[in-house]
Write a protein that binds this ligand. Structure first.
Ligand SMILES: Cc1cc2nc3c(=O)[nH]c(=O)nc-3n(C[C@H](O)[C@H](O)[C@H](O)COP(=O)(O)OP(=O)(O)OC[C@H]3O[C@@H](n4cnc5c(N)ncnc54)[C@H](O)[C@@H]3O)c2cc1C
Length: 328
């Protein structure tokens, strides 16, 4: 009779950007794991673009995805800044300098395309299980027990919480931490994730006014417009302050009507010398209104649970901060 122990097993919660990259890394290291994703698809048609700076490109190279990512997009070229009346006040080759100095420019593609490439390039896809929402996690004497929404139980040695900014894994980790070390996770830390900004975001067909591979920024008091273009499309973000900033556990969702009303309120704002935002919004292929949370936790692990990605640290675009301070 064999007396060998089962292999060390990691249970990853969430198959977003971090969860899929975790699977690549665990596969390279030969560590047994599963990735549980509540959505039915790894690459849902949600969100707008994801942009990768050189340090991200380095990781993508190490996991064998960089060539496919590069083939799917055109590196950005110029960075334009415009006043609130649309008049250009800066035009430079920032992204070319980035490539010259760091070996890779800004790689820009739609989030769902990015996720699909990460998935397609996994050496083994069997660890990824979609339609598997996690509802509870329990420490046992020798490991962890993870219960799915359908009451199925997965047993492992540790949990990696890659489940985003509203992480359930994080809430469970906090409870465990405060039970084993009372007072470790303070109310201050629990309210670290703040929402002070929201963004209308979307994808539209390419418009000549925003170029084929440019980043355009237009700012004024309390808002900032950002567009990143590719030869066939433009990703856009119209960033606003929320009326009243709030923190976890409060969560606010927006409807299509909310997005429409906000877009209407800035429809006449110039985004170039010859175009207003309303024209771009009208042409959109997809668009929605989302919150932009930001915060960095002090504690990223407790017991057999570790947090990775947005569940532990989420940074908001610097563009909105700069707009708030009137830098542009
Ligand atoms: C729908 C969506 C659209 C986004 N759009 C953009 C964008 O346009 N531009 C941009 O810069 N960033 C966007 N982001 C955020 C961006 O993906 C993250 O900031 C960043 O890539 C870090 O990724 P992450 O894997 O830590 O978290 P996320 O990308 O948020 O992934 C978390 C994953 O965990 C899953 N999950 C959550 N709870 C559970 C649970 N209980 N059980 C199982 N699975 C669970 C979610 O379905 C999701 O797939 C978006 C995120 C989401 C979820």
């Amino acid at each position: 009779m064999s007396t060998s122990n089962p292999p060390f097993r990691v249970i990853v919660v969430g198959a977003g950007v971090t969860g899929l990259v975790a699977s690549h890394c665990l596969q390279k290291a030969g560590i047994e794991h599963i990735v549980l994703e509540k959505r039915n698809h790894v690459a849902p048609p949600e969100g707008a673009s994801i942009a990768m700076y050189p340090h991200g490109a380095r990781i993508l190279h190490q996991i064998g995805c960089l060539e496919a990512i590069k083939a799917a997009c055109v590196p950005c070229d110029r960075w334009l800044v415009r006043q609130s009346n649309g008049k250009e006040i800066m035009d430079n080759g920032f992204f070319r300098h980035l490539e010259d100095n760091h070996g890779s420019g800004l790689l820009l593609l739609e989030r769902r395309e990015f996720l699909q490439i990460l998935y397609d390039h996994l050496p083994d896809k069997t660890p990824i299980r979609t339609g598997c929402g996690v509802k509870s996690i329990k420490h046992t004497t020798s490991g962890v027990e993870v219960t799915l929404n359908n009451d199925q139980i997965e047993i492992g040695d540790m949990v990696m919480g890659c489940d985003g900014v509203y992480s359930l894994t994080r809430s469970i980790m906090w409870e465990y931490a405060n039970k084993t070390t009372p007072g470790l996770i303070t109310a201050r830390e629990k309210t670290t994730m703040k929402t002070a900004w929201k963004s209308l975001l979307g994808v539209a067909p390419m418009v000549p006014e925003l170029g084929e591979r440019n980043m355009t920024v237009v700012s004024n008091d309390g808002y900032s417009f950002l567009a990143l273009s590719q030869p066939d499309r433009v990703y856009f973000f119209f960033i606003f302050r929320v009326d009243k900033p709030f923190t976890w556990p409060k969560r606010v969702a927006y409807t299509d009507q909310d997005a429409e009303a906000l877009a209407e309120s800035v429809a006449d704002h110039p985004i170039s010398d010859s175009m207003v935002f309303g024209e771009l919004w009208k042409k959109r292929l997809r668009g929605s209104l989302v919150n932009l949370e930001e915060g960095v936790l002090d504690h990223w692990h407790a017991g057999r649970i570790v947090l990775v990605g947005d569940s532990a640290h989420k940074v908001c675009t610097q563009i909105s901060r700069k707009a708030a301070h009137g830098i542009f």
